[in-house]
Ligand binder design. Structure first.
Ligand code: ADP
Ligand code: MG
Length: 401
């Protein structure tokens, strides 16, 4: 794979595929406001490098899922404005890919100047399953540039025109964010320092079985909390009441528990849970041992004994991967487990990586110090696929060219 730092891009037209898919909400004046600009900030390093390299920069990105329609609420305009503020530099905007003036506008950019293209998912070919349709759009994009940089880690697991097809048409390299993500996941997947502890949580065990299957060959200890823990507890013949349960996954979970035993991997499950009848915190909240969950209650967070147990297990760790909240962290009454465990991980003298969209969001929402983790992934789906041991098409294509 080429290294962006080493490539001469002076006066070249560089098409940068970034992930600027920030959450937006409508304010009282009917304007779109960005509620979390984390992904924009994460894109700055590569853009600054391209400015330093005197490239003519064309930014290519998506917002939401307009599915080939020009939905005005999913325009990238407010994103261009905010990104310009972060860079302290104006960003020109091109509303239409088919504008005959577009090539002239790009050619007349001065080195280091930036133009952003409108939401690429306004084009229905972008996400088409049909390679010829995607290629049609990729050809159009390729004509605008001399070089392609992929820096949208949040989309590298997708086979899409602006991710994979374009990279087959132009000389290409990964950006600094993608490089940093790759480096962090390489470290925990290929070269982890031991003891290696993985903390898993979140809602669905079915989403995480692939991760466990892959990591069970590498880790020393697996701590399981969140909604997915209840399928594991049920597999131990415990009553889980109204808690999240994927009964059709019991067999797979049993197999995994046996496999873990064979491989000498310790799986640690909750010993107590915070329960309630309602998920929104509106009814009585209690803590019980896992053997005493009433039939009419849901487990919504790990309890204090489990927090202590998990913390003790984390103490010795030299590598930690965390994916999935320990409870319904969005509701104050059920956020304590996630907060305590995340805080503990951030304070360890270990190499710490956070994957998963909600886990990264939890760190920000709960007011934890992001800089105390070694790496917080910007790509939920992409990070999960890496942890599952899959190859990501947007990165694989760079090895081919
Ligand atoms: P990530 O995006 O980090 O991979 P997931 O998407 O797997 O995480 O899970 C996040 C969701 O899991 C959160 O919305 C959280 O409310 C939910 N969750 C965690 N624990 C529980 C639980 N005990 N019961 C129901 N939902 C839970
Ligand atoms: Mg999620």
């Amino acid at each position: 794979m080429k290294q962006l730092e080493q490539i001469d891009l002076s006066n070249q037209r560089v098409l940068l595929r970034a992930d600027l898919n920030a959450p937006l909400k409508v304010d009282s004046n009917g304007q779109m406001q960005i509620t979390d600009d984390g992904r924009l900030k994460a894109s700055v390093a590569t853009i600054e490098l391209l400015i330093k390299k005197n490239a003519k920069i064309i930014i290519l990105a998506h917002l939401g899922r307009p599915k080939g329609e020009r939905k005005p609420e999913l325009s990238l305009k407010p994103i261009a404005k905010r990104l310009g503020e972060l860079l302290n530099k104006p960003i020109a905007f091109a509303e239409n890919l088919n504008d005959p003036e577009l090539t002239t506008r790009i050619d007349s950019l001065n080195p280091g100047e930036i133009l952003m293209l409108e939401n690429i998912r306004y084009e229905k070919d972008e996400t088409s399953k049909d390679q010829t349709e995607r290629n049609r759009l990729a050809q159009k994009l390729a004509q605008l540039a001399d070089f392609f940089v992929i820096d949208g880690f949040g989309v590298v697991h997708r086979e899409q025109a602006s991710v994979t097809d374009i990279a087959r048409l132009l000389p290409s390299a990964p950006g600094k964010l993608v490089e940093a993500e790759q480096k962090a996941f390489d470290k925990v997947l290929k070269n982890p320092e031991r003891p290696y502890v993985v903390v898993l949580g979140g809602s669905k065990v079915s989403d995480k079985l692939g991760v466990i299957n892959n990591l069970i060959n590498k880790v020393d200890l697996l701590l399981i909390g969140g909604g997915m823990a209840f399928t594991f507890l049920k597999a131990q013949s415990l009553e889980v009441g109204q808690s999240l349960l994927e009964i059709d996954r019991l067999d797979e979970v049993n197999k995994l528990m046996n496999l873990a035993k064979e491989k000498n991997v310790e799986i640690v499950l909750p010993v107590d849970v915070v329960i309630s009848k309602e998920l929104d915190g509106s009814s009585e909240v209690k803590t019980v041992e896992v053997a005493n969950i009433p039939v009419d209650q849901k487990g919504l967070d790990i309890g204090p004994k489990t927090i202590e147990l998990f913390k003790t297990k984390l103490n010795q760790a030299k590598t930690v991967v965390w994916n999935g909240p320990m409870g319904v962290f969005e509701v104050k009454q059920f956020s304590n487990g996630t907060k305590e465990i995340a805080q503990k991980i951030s304070e360890l003298s270990a190499y710490t990586v956070v994957g998963g969209g909600d886990s990264a969001a939890a760190i920000r929402l709960l007011g934890l110090d992001e800089s105390k983790f070694d790496h917080i992934s910007t790509g939920g789906g992409a990070s999960l696929e890496l942890l599952e041991g899959k190859e990501l098409p947007g990165l694989k294509v760079l090895e081919e060219v």
